[in-house]
Design a protein around this ligand. Structure first.
Ligand SMILES: Cc1cc2nc3c(=O)[nH]c(=O)nc-3n(C[C@H](O)[C@H](O)[C@H](O)COP(=O)(O)O)c2cc1C
Ligand code: SF4
Length: 552
C-alpha cells in the first residue's frame, strides 16, 4: 500500500495541494479516517478542527469505512420524475446525491469512479456522454462546430481539425491585440453572470501582482446543466487553448481546471489531454514562447454546489473552507492566493479558439439582432429529444422546444420550463415566447445563466417541483449568511405542506421570505432561490391554492 509519505511527496510540490491530497487518501483507504485527517493536518499545517469542518462540508468525502464505494443516486428534479426513488429501492444500500449533470439520459448512479446510467437497478450501464444533436437548420455553431469530428479529443486530432491555428497566429501579435479581439467579439461569460470576457481579462492584465492565474470553472453543479461535460469530454484541447490564450492576454503563468467530482470519466480525459499537451510543449516552460511558461493543473472538487461560485471555488482551491468571499475586492485583483485571477466558465474558454481563428465579426454576427455569439442550452425533462443544443443568442425558446427538440412526448403540452438550471425559476404561458438572450429573459424576471432548461409537461405538479428545487437550495446553502440558510429551509417547509393553512398568510409569508432573501443574501445562491417561489406564485396561483388548502 502507498504510504502517507509517498502520497504527500506526489502533491506537496504543486500549488493547491489540499484537494488532491484528500482525494489520494480517500482513494487509497476508501474513506477519510480520523488518522488520515490528523496526518494531513500535521503535514499541511492546518488546524485539525478547520480541516474537519472543510472535509465534512463536501458531499463525497466519506467518513465511514468503504463509504467511497456506496452507490449514490441522483435526486435532481428530472431524475425524480424518471424513477430515482424506484431505482434506490432496487439498489438497496445506497445514498442520494444532488444532480450530477446527466439529465439528458437519467438516472445516473455514481459508483466509486464510475457513473452508471439506467432507469432500474438491472439496467444500469456505463457509457460515454452523448454527442450534441445536430444544430437547428439555418444556424451556425461555434463551440460545437468541430466537436463531432472523430479524434478531436486527442491533440493530434485537434491539430488536424484546426486546433491551435487561432492561438499560434495570435501569438505573433501582442497581448493587447488579443484583448481587443475578444472585447470586440462581444464574448460574455457563459457560466452565469454574463460578464464581458475582454473586460475581465483586461482587468487581470492591468492588475499589479504575480504570478497571475487563469481558472477554468468546470464545477457545473447547477441542476439541469450538462454542457461543460460534453465540451470537456469531446473537445478538451479547445478549453486548454482558451486558457493559454487567456494566459497570453493577461500575463498569467499558471492555470487550474476545477472539475466537479461527479465527472470521473471527464477527469481521465482531461489528465490525458494535459499529459499530451505537456509532452508536446503546449503547456510547460516555453508554452507561450521562449521563456513564457504556462503550467496547467486539474483539481477535482468533492461535491458542493457553492464551489461553482467563483470566490467559493478559489477558497476550495486554496484549501480553506469554501464559503463565498465578500466582494469587493474581486478575483481579477485578489483571486487565487490573493493575486490577480481570471475565473472563466468552460464554454467561455472553448469559444476563444474559434474567435481567434475566425475573427471577432464572425463571432458577433452568429447571434440574432444585437445579440453576440451563441449559447449552449442543456435541455432536459419532458421533451422528445433532450440534449445540448448550441443556438444563436436571441433564438426563440419555443422554436427550440417544439421544432428542434420535438416538444413534450405523448402529444402533451408544455406547462413550464426552468431557466438557468433551477436558479432562474419558472417561465410559463405566453412567456415561453421569449427569445434566448439575457435582456429578453431578464424582462420576464428570470435569467439565462448557464443555459440549463428543464421542461415540464401539463401533467406535472408544479408545487412539488418547486419543493424539490427549494430542497436543493436548502441542502446546498453554505450557511454563511442567515437569510439564505434559514430562508431556504422555511420556503422548503411551506412548499412541502408544513406551513400556514390559510392561503393569505401562506402567500404573505412566502412573499416576505422571498423578498428578504433577494435583498439580503450575500451571494447568487440566496438571491436566486426565491425566483422559484416568485414565479410559482405568478404562473400557478391555482396550484398553490390547491396545495395550501390540501395541506400537503
Ligand atoms: C451558486 C453559484 C454557483 C455557480 N456555479 C457555477 C458553475 O458551476 N460554473 C460556472 O462556470 N460558473 C458558476 N457560477 C458563476 C461563477 O461565480 C462565475 O461568474 C463564472 O465562473 C465566471 O465565468 P464566466 O465569466 O466565463 O461566466 C456560479 C455562481 C453562483 C452564485
Ligand atoms: S447566500 Fe447562501 S450560499 Fe451564498 S453565502 Fe449566503 S448562505 Fe452561503
Amino acid at each position: 500500500m502507498t504510504t502517507d509519505r509517498e502520497l504527500f511527496d506526489r502533491w506537496l510540490d504543486q500549488p493547491a495541494p489540499l484537494l488532491p491530497v484528500l482525494h489520494a487518501f480517500h482513494e487509497r483507504d476508501g474513506y477519510l479516517s480520523e488518522e488520515a485527517l490528523r496526518s494531513i493536518a500535521a503535514e499541511l499545517r492546518i488546524p485539525i478542527a478547520d480541516l474537519f469542518g472543510t472535509v465534512t462540508f463536501y458531499h463525497h468525502f466519506a467518513r465511514e469505512p468503504e463509504g467511497r464505494h456506496t452507490p449514490r443516486v441522483c435526486e435532481g428534479p428530472i431524475c425524480t420524475l424518471r424513477g430515482a426513488k424506484r431505482l434506490k429501492t432496487g439498489l438497496g444500500r445506497c445514498a442520494g446525491m444532488p444532480c450530477p449533470g446527466r439529465c439528458d439520459e437519467p438516472v445516473p448512479v455514481l459508483l466509486g469512479d464510475r457513473v452508471l446510467i439506467g432507469a432500474t437497478a438491472d439496467l444500469l450501464v456505463e457509457r460515454p456522454s452523448p454527442l450534441p444533436p445536430p444544430p437547428a437548420a439555418g444556424t451556425t455553431e461555434c463551440v460545437f462546430s468541430r466537436i463531432r469530428e472523430p479524434g478531436r479529443a486527442t491533440l493530434a486530432g485537434y491539430l488536424a481539425t484546426g486546433g491551435y491555428a487561432g492561438l499560434d497566429a495570435a501569438r505573433t501579435g501582442s497581448p493587447d491585440e488579443l484583448l481587443e479581439l475578444i472585447d470586440t467579439s462581444g464574448l460574455a461569460g457563459r457560466g452565469g453572470a454574463g460578464f464581458p470576457t475582454g473586460r475581465k481579462w483586461r482587468a487581470v492584465a492591468d492588475a499589479a501582482g504575480s504570478p497571475k492565474t487563469i481558472v477554468c470553472n468546470a464545477d457545473e453543479g447547477e441542476p439541469g446543466c450538462f454542457k461543460d461535460r460534453a465540451l470537456l469530454d469531446y473537445d478538451p484541447h479547445a478549453v486548454i487553448e482558451g486558457m493559454l490564450a487567456a494566459g497570453f492576454a493577461t500575463g498569467a503563468t499558471r492555470g487550474f481546471i476545477y472539475l466537479r467530482y461527479e465527472y470521473p470519466a471527464t477527469l481521465g480525459i482531461l489528465e490525458t489531454a494535459l499529459a499530451e499537451s505537456r509532452a508536446a510543449g503546449r503547456i510547460g516552460p516555453d508554452a507561450l514562447g521562449p521563456g513564457r511558461g504556462f503550467e496547467l493543473y486539474v483539481r477535482r472538487g468533492a461535491g458542493a454546489y457553492i464551489c461553482g461560485e467563483e470566490t467559493s471555488l478559489l477558497n476550495s482551491l486554496e484549501g480553506s473552507h469554501p464559503f463565498p468571499r465578500n466582494r469587493p475586492p474581486f478575483p481579477v485583483t485578489h483571486g487565487f492566493e490573493n493575486l490577480p485571477t481570471a475565473v472563466n466558465n468552460v464554454e467561455t474558454l472553448a469559444s476563444v479558439p474559434h474567435i481567434l481563428a475566425h475573427g471577432s465579426d464572425w463571432y458577433r454576427e452568429l447571434g440574432i439582432g444585437d445579440h453576440a455569439g451563441t449559447k449552449v442550452i442543456s435541455l432536459s425533462g419532458d421533451v422528445e429529444r433532450p440534449g445540448n443544443y448550441e443556438v444563436p443568442m436571441g433564438f426563440p425558446l419555443r422554436r427550440l422546444l417544439e421544432d428542434v427538440a420535438g416538444g413534450a412526448p405523448g402529444g402533451r403540452g408544455i406547462q413550464a420550463v426552468t431557466m438557468a438550471g433551477l436558479s432562474g425559476g419558472f417561465l410559463a404561458g405566453d412567456d415561453l415566447d421569449v427569445t434566448l438572450d439575457e435582456p429578453g429573459i431578464r424582462a420576464k424576471r428570470s435569467f439565462l445563466g448557464a443555459g440549463g432548461i428543464m421542461v415540464f409537461d401539463d401533467s406535472r405538479d408544479m408545487v412539488s417541483i418547486a419543493h424539490s428545487a427549494m430542497e436543493f437550495f436548502a441542502e446546498e446553502s453554505c450557511g454563511k449568511c442567515f437569510p439564505c440558510r434559514i430562508g431556504t429551509r422555511r420556503l422548503t417547509e411551506r412548499l412541502g405542506g408544513d406551513g400556514p393553512g390559510d392561503l393569505g398568510t401562506w402567500v404573505d409569508e412566502v412573499t416576505d421570505l422571498s423578498q428578504t432573501m433577494k435583498e439580503t443574501s450575500a451571494c447568487g445562491l440566496g438571491q436566486a432561490a426565491p425566483l422559484i417561489t416568485e414565479s410559482l406564485l405568478r404562473y400557478f396561483p391555482e396550484q398553490v391554492t390547491r396545495h395550501v388548502e390540501a395541506g400537503v
